[in-house]
Design a protein around this ligand. Structure first.
Ligand SMILES: [Zn+2]
Length: 436
């Protein structure tokens, strides 16, 4: 009974923590694209993608990570850009480019995380270039390959992980005429401004500062299709002056003498939950499965990209030791609890049926088993199931706790990738947050 009670309590606690989450986005259920002529519909942060194509999981100079998320769908313009950039990265001996989230098969809003990435025209590319080439099976989950932080968030400067190669990769991307904007952490933009030299600086205009973006950079392509809402081009100039400075924390005023009387603590202001705007009408048609399809046009656009096998694409069976992003404490403790094979197979068969199923699990070639032994085996198995369930519930609760902790950290760092609405609005709201 006590075990059951424990399980119930853990379950209730879990419900309580997840109950406050926003409703999950309907776009996340789609695992296939809309088979029509490719179009990015709506805004980068409120739209959808029809005719989306998957970015091949690897190619010369690049590999896609976190594949289990099915977020490697793109407008063909973005797919081609990513494949081209990979080749440039390889040709320049910069290392291996890691492509993370692009968009879901039909684009659209995410339940949490990115606010843009909705039209197949936004992609995250990690700054890390030294990851080994890995088989697809080792690039599925969140932490199969680690991102590497390249900014000292306290000093607001690039750290020792940053190097010339990262700068070259961003420059190669920014010089591509298909790219509208690139977002990087202000400290990275500062570093690029300082190291760009005097003659070749036009590309810096495309690279815009944005908090977060300190282990990856975000590439945004120009609008594609008649229903795509473009952003104004970035202001003229390299963006290295006053505007960039405004992103940096102001020096703290010298310590004031302590006030004699303690001020009462101000009441915490409750933040209004973000209510996303309704998607554009044609995206709503996608949601209702009423979008007029053009399968022939899709087939032409999605025509299979020949997987080009890179000379360097020697897939090593044994991945090198994992590299943890600095300060990434949560990542180190995500190991699943060990559940014995017996418990796993038994749990899978369902506890309600366990009484009748379990005796059949006893080896049939064995001679008759007396009733007492049979009962003992059943009891032992039941206990195994309960213990396994308990461990699983605990592990889920722990994962949820870590996820919330990570979310809090990400929110602090302004890491949610909004990167769409007017730059200044977002900046002003974020400037209030400590730069961590
Ligand atoms: Zn992004």
């Amino acid at each position: 009974m006590s075990i059951k009670k424990g399980i119930f309590l853990i379950g209730a606690a879990l419900l309580a923590t997840t109950g406050t989450q926003a409703a999950s986005s309907p776009w996340e259920k789609y695992k296939t694209p809309v088979t029509s002529a490719p179009e990015a519909i709506g805004k980068y942060a409120n739209g959808c993608l029809v005719g989306g194509v998957p970015v091949p999981t690897e190619g010369p100079g690049y590999q896609v990570v976190r594949l289990a998320r099915t977020r490697n769908y793109a407008h063909p313009e973005m797919r081609d850009f990513l494949m081209d950039l990979g080749q440039k990265v390889e040709r320049n001996n910069l290392g291996l480019m890691l492509v993370a989230d692009v968009a879901m098969p039909r684009g659209g809003r995410f339940t949490k995380g990115h606010r843009s990435h909705q039209t197949g025209l936004d992609a995250d590319i990690w700054l890390r270039l030294n990851a080994p080439q890995l088989p697809v099976s080792k690039r599925q989950k969140m932490y199969d390959v680690k991102a590497v932080l390249m900014v000292d968030r306290d000093k607001f400067k690039v750290n020792r992980e940053w190097g010339n190669k990262q700068g070259q990769m961003i420059k190669l991307a920014a010089k591509d005429k298909r790219v509208a904007r690139i977002f990087v952490h202000p400290a990275i933009k500062q570093e690029l401004c300082e190291t760009a030299g005097d003659t070749d600086r036009d590309w810096l205009r495309t690279v815009r500062p944005w908090y977060g973006h300190d282990s990856h950079f975000h590439v945004r392509m120009h609008c594609q299709g008649n229903d795509c809402v473009a952003q104004n081009p970035p202001p003229a100039g390299d963006g290295c002056g006053k505007e960039l400075k405004s992103w940096f924390p102001k020096p703290k005023p010298k310590t004031k003498p302590k006030p004699a009387v303690k001020k009462p603590k101000p009441k915490p202001v409750k933040k209004k939950p973000y209510v996303p705007p309704p998607p554009p009408p044609r995206c709503q048609m996608v949601l209702k499965d009423k979008f007029k399809l053009q399968p022939a046009a899709y087939a032409a656009a999605a025509k299979k990209v020949k997987p080009q096998v890179s000379a360097k694409a020697q897939v090593s069976a044994k991945p090198k030791a994992r590299i943890y992003a600095r300060g990434d404490v949560a990542a180190k403790s995500t190991a699943k609890p060990a559940v014995s094979t017996l418990s796993t197979s038994l749990t899978a068969s369902g506890s309600s049926r366990s009484g009748s199923v379990l005796p059949s699990q006893v080896n049939r070639s064995q001679p008759k088993i007396d009733e007492k032994t049979k009962q003992q085996v059943i009891a032992a198995n039941k206990l195994q199931i309960e213990l396994a369930q308990q461990r699983r519930a605990k592990a889920i609760a722990e994962q949820e706790r870590q996820r919330l902790a990570r979310e809090r950290l990400a929110a602090k760092a302004g890491n949610d990738d909004t990167a769409d609405s007017a730059d200044s609005t977002r900046r002003q709201s974020l400037r209030l947050l400590p730069p961590r």
